[in-house]
Ligand binder design. Structure first.
Ligand SMILES: C[S@@+](CC[C@H](N)C(=O)[O-])C[C@H]1O[C@@H](n2cnc3c(N)ncnc32)[C@H](O)[C@@H]1O
Length: 643
């Protein structure tokens, strides 16, 4: 049974498993944990702990006997696949100096995985590597992954990081477990079926170092009963930090697995059980109940977030509104974003008030041109601003998409705007305007600000803006930050070509770790003060990875924009200043062909170029430190925006 519903949110449920000991009576294991215990699945050993291949007698014919497991028939195929995660024997040590142990370990790992595949299990939990070297373990896992079906392998690693104030003496000898994971997954070349199961202990490393994991493929968090505190009723509860970590796991669809013996025996006594026998109460049930309580008390996902669930970490090609004509449903999506148009209306109102003093309001008519009018929402916002401020307006709606122009005509007729609005079916770069504008309103912004060629289009439109005219927006700036994004990286890699590694994607980023604060990249200001200002740009950025993060993997860069519409009215998606409740833009993702590992406290030196040709504009990017990446997208060979 799922952990119940998150308040007001029927779309998402989370599951909770329990780690069990070996028991060859699997029907009993399932019955006890699922039906008496209400857990959703078990993480159960598939072999007796004492099994060692080297100790198994060969039969008379010399063929290997497989005495390691009971029959597959004890459970139905759907029970195996839905309710059992195979726990690979924890004694295995594939990098042991002891050859017998090493070979036994290899044999056992392969036998158990083969058996788990035979049972169609969805996942197996691999024990944590024993020492600092895990090359042979990774080699064998890699062999398995090469030949595997869809089964996921979860590498178990403890959530520890030394050199951290919060560490206790016991953990000091340990390495940063992220390093262990990183070595292992590099040896397995970021295989998409290799993921992580984190063992959560009673002490937690720093928030920054925890944050790294949200960009990694963490599938499960194993919560030990000794992490729990005791509340005033004698029941298990978690520290505030553990609670917020678990909430983070829920938000990232990471399954929780309870492990260990009950350390709250009193809480295990069923309050509703008056028989005094209490025979059926699962000893770990109070822990499950508490985890369910944490899930259910989470705030419901806002409606827009729920709508966008399907877009999370899904790579989309950016729009090319200049080269292509947008479709009706794309306009429809823009137009649902009321916040964007409210901001434009506020900007136009302020500009009108500045442009026309009260005493001239009844005599002076302002010429306002919406360039790239689409189906008309900025025309409407401008007219509303005029009404709100009592200013007189003459509007030109310039649009190059002939299909949107059809809708514009219908709108003007429907609203009775014929005397005020003139529709111009033209590319703003080539239109000969009959008069000059006081105010030029446009929204040609991409997720990275200038990536839909607003600078080039507005260069063309500036011809018909009065010398002292106002452009809304008056400027926009792009921003970047390095991210761990293993899912996005793997999705790009799945295309198996260079082109996809040199393309920027629009993405609703979710399973992503932001490794440093954003930094501004390119700024464009309108109107330009000189014809000599070019639209090419170059920027070198130095990102410092905080010391307490630990090492981290950079799979690419998240990009955003912020636009100043007019004076203090802005609109944008840069996380620290993002316009609340505005959903027209997701972030942009610039991938790296080879992910780069950065050390704590070190500097990541990144170079970005905006290049302009006669028919296209494109970005090139590279990392220069701590290691040099290849130059991405030279000459716009893979990704460009058409002029
Ligand atoms: C991002 S949409 C915005 C549409 C509308 N203003 C809105 O907010 O819903 C940009 C619009 O500008 C138009 N556009 C882009 N470049 C243009 C150009 N050079 N001349 C005229 N229209 C252009 C596109 O066809 C598209 O309709």
């Amino acid at each position: 049974m799922p952990l119940g519903e998150r308040a007001g949110d029927k779309s998402e449920s989370r599951y909770c498993g329990v780690e069990t000991d070996f028991n060859d009576d699997m029907p009993h294991v399932l019955h006890f944990n699922l039906y008496s215990g209400s857990f959703d699945f078990v993480v159960a050993p598939l072999m007796d702990h004492s099994y060692r291949p080297s100790l198994v007698q060969k039969d008379a014919l010399g063929s290997g006997v497989l005495p390691f497991a009971g029959s597959d028939l004890v459970l139905s195929p759907s029970q195996w696949s839905s309710h059992v995660v195979g726990k690979i024997s924890s004694w295995i040590d594939l990098d042991s100096e002891d050859e017998t142990l090493r070979i036994d370990s290899e044999t056992t790992l392969k036998q158990e995985i083969a058996w788990a595949s035979h049972l169609s299990l969805q996942a197996c939990l691999l024990p944590a590597p024993k020492g600092t070297s895990c090359a042979n373990y990774a080699r064998c896992v890699n062999q398995i992954l090469q030949g595997s079906n869809n089964m996921q392998l979860w590498l178990r690693v403890p959530l520890v990081k030394p050199d951290d104030d919060s560490m206790d003496a016991k953990s000091v000898a340990l390495v940063d477990s992220w390093e262990t994971w990183n070595s292992f997954r590099l040896l397995c070349e970021h295989h998409s079926q290799l993921s992580v199961a984190l063992d959560i202990l009673s002490t937690l490393p720093s928030p920054n170092s925890l944050g790294r994991w949200f960009g990694e493929p963490v599938r499960a968090a194993i919560l030990h009963t000794d992490c729990f505190l005791t509340n005033s009723h004698g029941c298990p509860c978690l520290s505030k930090r553990h609670q917020s970590l678990i909430t983070g796991f829920f938000n990232h669809s990471i399954q929780i697995i309870v492990s260990g013996n009950s350390v709250h025996p009193k809480a295990s006594v069923d309050a509703n059980d008056n028989s005094g026998t209490n025979s059926q109460r699962h000893p770990l049930r109070p822990y499950l109940d508490y985890i369910g309580y944490l899930y259910q008390r989470m705030d419901p996902l806002p409606e827009q977030e729920r709508f966008e669930l399907g877009y999370r970490d899904f790579l989309q090609s950016p729009l090319q509104p200049l080269m292509d004509n947008l479709e009706a449903q794309t306009y429809e999506t823009f137009e649902r974003d009321a916040v964007k148009y409210i901001q434009y209306q506020r900007a136009v109102s302020k500009a009108l008030l500045d442009r026309v003093p009260d005493e001239e309001a009844s005599v002076k008519t302002i010429v306002l041109m919406v360039v790239g009018a689409g189906r008309g929402p900025l025309v409407r916002a401008s007219l509303q601003a005029a009404e709100e401020t009592g200013r007189k307006l003459k509007v030109y709606a310039v649009e190059k998409n002939p299909n949107a122009v059809v809708t514009l005509h219908a709108l003007v007729k429907l609203e009775g705007w014929e005397d005020t609005v003139t529709i111009v079916s033209s590319d703003m770069r080539h239109w000969s305007a009959p008069e000059k504008a006081d105010i030029l309103v446009s929204e040609l912004l991409g997720s990275f600000g200038d990536n839909e060629l607003s600078p080039e289009c507005l260069d063309g439109a500036q011809r018909f803006l009065k010398q002292d005219g106002i452009s809304i927006p008056s400027s926009y700036t792009s921003f970047l930050q390095p991210v761990t994004a293993s899912k996005l990286y793997n999705d790009v890699k799945a295309h198996k070509d260079l082109v996809h590694f040199e393309t920027a994607y629009v993405v609703k980023m979710h399973n992503v770790a932001k490794l440093a604060p954003t930094q501004p990249v390119f700024t464009f200001t309108h109107p330009k003060h000189s014809d000599k200002e070019i639209n090419q740009r170059y920027k070198k950025l130095n990102f410092i990875i905080p010391n307490d993060t630990g090492s981290a993997m950079v799979h690419g860069f998240a990009g955003y924009f912020d636009a100043t519409l007019y004076k203090d009215v802005h609109l944008g998606i840069e996380p620290s200043t993002a316009t609340p409740n505005m959903f027209s833009w997701f972030a942009i993702f610039f991938p790296l062909r080879t992910p780069i590992c950065v050390d704590p406290g070190s500097t990541l030196e990144v170079h970005f170029w905006r290049c302009c040709g006669s028919t296209k504009v494109w970005y090139e990017w590279c990392v220069a430190s701590p290691a040099s990446s290849p130059m991405h997208n030279s000459n716009g060979r893979s990704y460009w925006v058409g002029l």
